[in-house]
Design a protein around this ligand. Sequence first.
Ligand SMILES: *[C@@H]1O[C@H](CO)[C@@H](O)[C@H](O)[C@H]1NC(C)=O
Length: 363
Amino acid sequence: MFSNSRVSFQFVTILIYITVVCVSQVNSHWWSLATKTLLVGSSSVEQCDNELGFSHSQRQLCRTYANHMKYVKDGAENGIKECKYQFRLNRWNCSTAVNDITVFGKVLKIGSKETAFTYAVAAAGVVVSVAQACKNGLLQECGCSRAPRPQGISSSWNWGGCGDDTDYAYGFAKEFIDARERDTNPSNKSKHKARKEMNLRNNEAGRLVAVRSSEPTCKCHGVSGSCNVRTCWMKLSGFREIGNKLKSKYNSAIEVVAKKRGRRQLDFTPRKRSDVITPTSLVYLESSPDYCVKNRRTGVKGTKGRECNVDSNGPDGCGLMCCGRGYRVVHKQIVEKCNCRFQWCCTVICDQCPSNVKRYVCK
Ligand SMILES: *[C@@H]1O[C@H](CO)[C@@H](O)[C@H](O)[C@H]1NC(C)=O
């Protein structure tokens, strides 16, 4: 009896262990780096092993590229920030939870178009932050872009000012970010395989949109600003522009069906005949959950308590945002700067004026 219960105790322990490891493997995410404080110096390598958000290969890559992790973190942070900005007026607003290794919660288990956007924007974030780190001389492994002179840049201009190193950043981001999808192999179920493929494609779309946002930028020199001498280089767009581009990719995201081809290959075909998948398409497998009502099972937070805009007919309007449940009016007092005046010399002095504003909040 005693030994029996010990055996079963051990069995249960092992079972719990397996469950914890597997579950964290499936849901944990390198994005969680965004919420962490990175240690610098020798201990940073130690941190690689303790980083619960990393997959097995990502831990190894973290050790090899310890100096890159700051930029992976910055990239994730910028990606998450941009996601929140782009979806601030939507029912799903890209909300994150602190101290959660899944970052966005359970809702990203659903292979929805919102999930697709999140993967893409985070991948784009890493490309941008690594490319800029290269250009700024912050990483030994890379430097100025070596992109050849593009067409349209006159040969009379100097080509090759120090540009964002998108080639290197793309390569690194691919290796690091996609490692997660290659590692986690919870089962051979075709559903999991399809989801991996979805993640890989959206990662790639994000990286490509970032890389392709790179454009020649020139600076004039020459006698008193005559601009007869110019130096040009490749420069990435600001992250807002990349975010806008990805949001429009989200708006035209393509629902796909996974079909087996041979034993290992998986083909994605668009559900709608007229859709054409390109390398920068965002693709998704499942329709979005109902983001209206809090749901523990799906991880949806619901729109109760969200602010809405009574004057808008868009997704932020009280009708759509509150899903027809109606809204409350909240009176709020805010303090604003007012009666600002210039004082010689050289300050601006303002008063603090309270004013009442109405806010509309979903029931
Ligand atoms: C995003 O949505 C969540 C859940 O509905 C809410 O708690 C949070 O305040 C929202 N964030 C913003 C910036 O509106």
